[in-house]
Design a protein around this ligand. Structure first.
Ligand SMILES: Cc1cc2nc3c(=O)[nH]c(=O)nc-3n(C[C@H](O)[C@H](O)[C@H](O)COP(=O)(O)OP(=O)(O)OC[C@H]3O[C@@H](n4cnc5c(N)ncnc54)[C@H](O)[C@@H]3O)c2cc1C
Length: 555
């Protein structure tokens, strides 16, 4: 504000109250009723205390600052040293290393494998969802390492040392052979220039050095167009062997301690996910060990992919929650037209609708995580097979719209990089694109339904638990079951079917477990009618809306 005093023009703009404040230094978990309820419902109530402690650690201002610093200072490729010799290293800001150190120390990468117990995957999913509120780039190597364990576990004894190091809670950033390290991370290389969805078109070749077969050494020649987190200690890589497309463990170092022939060409200049490096790489006769039989490359890497897809759903629910929590917090403090934004009826509707979408995402992701705790259970296996692409598709599809609307709640400040939402908005489309883009997930839903007919019965059982509680749901369910009958030839309608399965599961969870205000709002706005294109169109009254927002950020 400019004032004129004593013949001087004074700038007193800093005296104008901004009427909002930072949302940091708060407990991410204990302020999040929707996640607390989901944790208990899905079989990990015993972890409530541990997650409360984690929520306090992650919600500190220091963690928010680390997340920002890692993303403001993106990694740099050092392809050569100053004499022109190849280095093929990526240098990261110290904040990246500190974040990864903490993530691994919390066991959020491979904890459920290192200490298996009932509810382990659900508890980890809750912790991972909280981590996603702080920083997403570090989740890339963590998620890939989580998925690498089940892909390597059934393989030959050659991989046992790798599995042991994957379970470690120590982050070792040294660029050195894995045999001398305190812990390792594993990435994946599937996508080539000519195709990421259709990996059958991969052209990278693998030739056996002597004998062929699992655990044997091959030489790989070719490229990968995307290879994220290239400072991982090894990668699961698809390449064509004589027996067909096969999966190889390709380490950064050879057994003799020399650097393996992975040449990093470039780092991608990405829209978001900027703390993390995503490289283009060439394999110049790189050393690799065959993981399963030749020709079994796709099923082997998909074992990893199922877990990375779970994490896409889980992390996206966390990303949404942070954006919606920031929006609610801002609206509770900022005034316009004589009242706080959160007291304005239309804004309250927007916030409640965002909170509802967020809670439904949390519920679906956590229900999916529970299916990963029943690894040997036949029904859980079928449900996991179906719900993984359903949840990844629907939650990730909703995220950019949710994040954009949350940004708008902050007004002009929302669009400024200094604020908390800009980076998260740029991150928000990514989980839908990688690890199987939207259409690929929907086609996978059709495959799950048609290849194993019992899948339909397992889904039907889950949805039948809520039948008879509300006529709107019953009508929706009847139409969905009829639609499932024609699933085999429904390719062009696969998005519609997938969306309806997601909505039906979310509605069933609300009907069986409540809370009633959220359940009613969900049925009225997403089951009785099509889900809103823009948030803020809920029927209902203001007291219900306040209850909905409190589920995502305690008042
Ligand atoms: C930041 C980032 C990091 C990545 N990191 C890695 C990594 O570490 N390792 C790795 O292997 N890959 C990585 N990827 C690649 C990613 O997994 C692929 O980009 C993705 O799988 C899509 O493949 P594509 O880009 O070749 O697109 P395409 O396969 O060409 O697909 C383009 C579009 O067509 C659609 N489509 C394809 N087939 C069909 C069909 N039959 N019917 C209808 N629609 C179809 C897809 O859904 C998509 O929307 C990364 C990508 C990004 C953006």
């Amino acid at each position: 504000m400019l004032t004129y005093r004593d013949g001087q023009v004074n700038n007193t703009s800093c005296e104008v109250p901004t009427e909002s404040s930072e949302l940091s230094d708060y407990n991410l978990f204990s302020s999040h009723s929707a996640l607390q309820d989901a944790l208990a419902r899905e079989g990990a109530a015993a972890d409530h205390e541990a997650l409360t402690a984690l929520g306090a650690r992650l919600g500190s201002a220091a963690m928010f600052a680390l997340g920002d610093a890692a993303n403001r200072n993106p990694p740099q490729l050092r392809a050569f040293d100053r004499f022109g010799a190849r280095r093929d290293e990526v240098e990261f800001h110290p904040a990246w290393h500190e974040l990864l150190r903490r993530l691994i120390a919390e066991g959020l990468h491979t904890g459920p494998w290192a200490q298996p117990r009932p509810g382990a995957h659900v508890a980890r999913a809750a912790g991972y969802m909280l981590w996603a509120e702080i920083e997403n780039g570090t989740q890339c190597p963590a998620t890939m390492s989580y998925g690498a364990v089940p892909a390597l576990a059934p393989a030959s004894a050659e991989f046992a040392p790798w599995l042991k190091l994957l379970m470690s809670r120590e982050y070792d950033a040294c660029f050195a052979p894995a045999s001398g390290k305190r812990g390792v991370l594993i990435g994946m290389g599937m996508t080539e220039r000519q195709g990421g969805s259709d990996v059958r078109t991969n052209t990278t070749r693998a030739m056996p050095v002597a004998a062929r077969g699992p655990g044997r050494e091959y030489r790989l020649t070719g490229h990968k167009w995307f290879l994220s987190a290239p400072m991982c200690d090894a990668f699961l890589v698809l390449a064509q062997a004589d027996g067909g497309l096969s999966c190889f463990l390709v380490p950064r170092f050879l057994p003799d301690g020399s650097v393996n022939a992975l040449q990093l060409q470039r780092l991608k200049d990405k829209v978001g996910n900027r703390s993390n490096a995503s490289s283009e790489v060439e394999f110049q006769g790189a050393h690799g060990l065959l993981v399963a039989e030749e020709g079994r490359g796709i099923p082997t890497i998909l074992t990893m992919g199922v877990y990375t897809r779970l994490d896409n759903a889980v992390a996206t629910a966390g990303l949404m929650r942070q954006c919606v929590a920031q929006a609610i917090h801002h609206a509770r403090h900022r005034r316009a037209f004589g009242r706080r934004l959160a007291e304005q009826p239309l804004m309250l509707n927007v916030l409640a609708d965002l909170a509802l979408e967020c809670e439904a995402a949390v519920m679906l992701a956590m229900r999916l995580a529970r299916a990963f705790d029943g690894l040997d259970d036949e029904n859980a296996t079928l449900l996991r097979r179906l719900l993984t692409p359903v949840a990844k598709y629907w939650i990730c599809k909703r995220a950019p719209t949710v994040c954009a609307e949350a940004m708008e709640v902050l007004g002009g400040n929302g669009y400024v990089e200094e604020g908390p939402i800009a980076r998260r908005f740029r991150e928000s489309p990514l989980n839908s694109i990688w690890e199987g883009s939207g259409n690929i997930m929907c086609l996978d839903v059709l495959r799950a339904l048609t290849r194993e007919p019992a899948t339909r019965a397992v889904l039907g059982e889950l949805l039948a638990a809520a039948r008879g509680s509300d006529p709107r749901y019953d009508r929706f369910l009847g139409a969905l079951l009829a639609q499932l009958d024609g699933a085999a030839d429904a390719e062009q309608r696969a998005r519609d079917l997938t969306q309806r399965i997601a909505l039906a599961v979310q509605a069933a969870l609300y009907l069986v477990h409540g809370p009633s205000a959220s359940c009613e709002a969900f049925l009225a706005s997403r089951i009785a009618v099509a889900p809103p294109a823009a948030f803020g169109t809920l029927p209902g009254d203001e007291s219900d809306f306040a209850a909905l927002t409190a589920r995502i950020l305690a008042a």
